[in-house]
Design a protein around this ligand. Structure first.
Ligand SMILES: [Zn+2]
Length: 257
């Protein structure tokens, strides 16, 4: 059985058919899901999803992509919401250096505050990194943050991968490795040990190779697994066991479904 360790099932595009989708996932062996939140307004929806579907675990936090100037006080509300039993991490949080992203100073402030909160509560984090791996690592070290978590959709160098792993993180491996041109990502994946990664889709975004332009869904984590198995010369069974064990190790609040 596989877990999709990163899927935004609270997004509007899943509303009409989520129950059917989760049933279809179960039929193909994808039996659990980690849904990270994005905005303050999304926390209630994500919690609601976990109440309705016991196979859904959640992370609560503010995603850098969706930050707005004038963000008010959020910490008390976040801290309160993080006490929900389905919560396994603070997330998704991080830094995004892509063009057109919210002000980087604002991103850094909110990332720092949320990392402090996670540290205070003893919770792991779900990290969003885009061209920002070194900045993220710096703050983790500066705060001596020791609860680890998942670097979602990791796309950095092997050297950066090793630094995150040494700090107690695993890397989220998704659709990127299915693209023939993604040789750097495939080389990094091939060099990792079995304990270093988990699988994800980032649904509805990051379509797999051959599915560009379509809504991505958690069922596709199986196709990610097939690519990973091929690149690493492993069986799907081994991969399912290792990635499940890794998820439970880095997210201690993750209980079996
Ligand atoms: Zn995400």
């Amino acid at each position: 059985m596989f877990t999709d360790s990163h899927c935004h099932l609270d997004f509007q595009c899943f509303k009409p058919d989520l129950s059917t989708l989760l049933n279809d996932c179960h039929k193909v062996g994808v039996d659990s899901f980690l849904v990270p939140s994005t905005t303050q307004a999304s926390w209630a929806n994500v919690i609601e999803l976990s109440n309705r579907y016991p196979q859904i675990r959640i992370a609560l936090g503010l995603h850098p992509y969706f930050l707005k100037d004038g963000l008010g006080e959020y910490r008390d509300e976040l801290e309160l919401a993080l006490a929900h039993p389905a919560v396994v991490a603070v997330g998704e949080i991080g830094l995004d250096k892509w063009q057109g992203m919210p002000d980087y100073g604002l991103q850094q402030r909110i990332y720092y505050e949320q990392l402090c909160l996670a540290k205070g509560l003893g919770l792991p984090i779900i990290l969003h990194a885009r061209k920002s791996e070194d900045d993220l690592l710096k703050v983790i070290r500066q705060l001596n943050f020791q609860h680890g978590g998942i670097v979602h959709a990791f796309n950095g160098s092997l050297q950066q991968a090793k630094q995150f792993i040494d700090l107690g993180f695993v890397l989220g491996i998704g659709g990127t490795v299915t693209y023939p041109r993604a040789q750097k990502a495939q080389r990094v994946l091939a060099a990792l040990s079995d304990a270093d990664f988990v699988l994800e889709t980032d649904s509805p975004d990051m379509p797999l190779y051959g599915y560009q332009g379509q809504r991505n869904t958690p069922e596709k984590v199986l196709l990610v697994a097939e690519s990973v198995a091929k690149i690493r010369g492993q069986s799907l069974t081994q991969l399912a066991q290792n990635t499940r064990a890794n998820l439970q190790r880095v997210l201690p609040n993750w209980h079996e479904v």
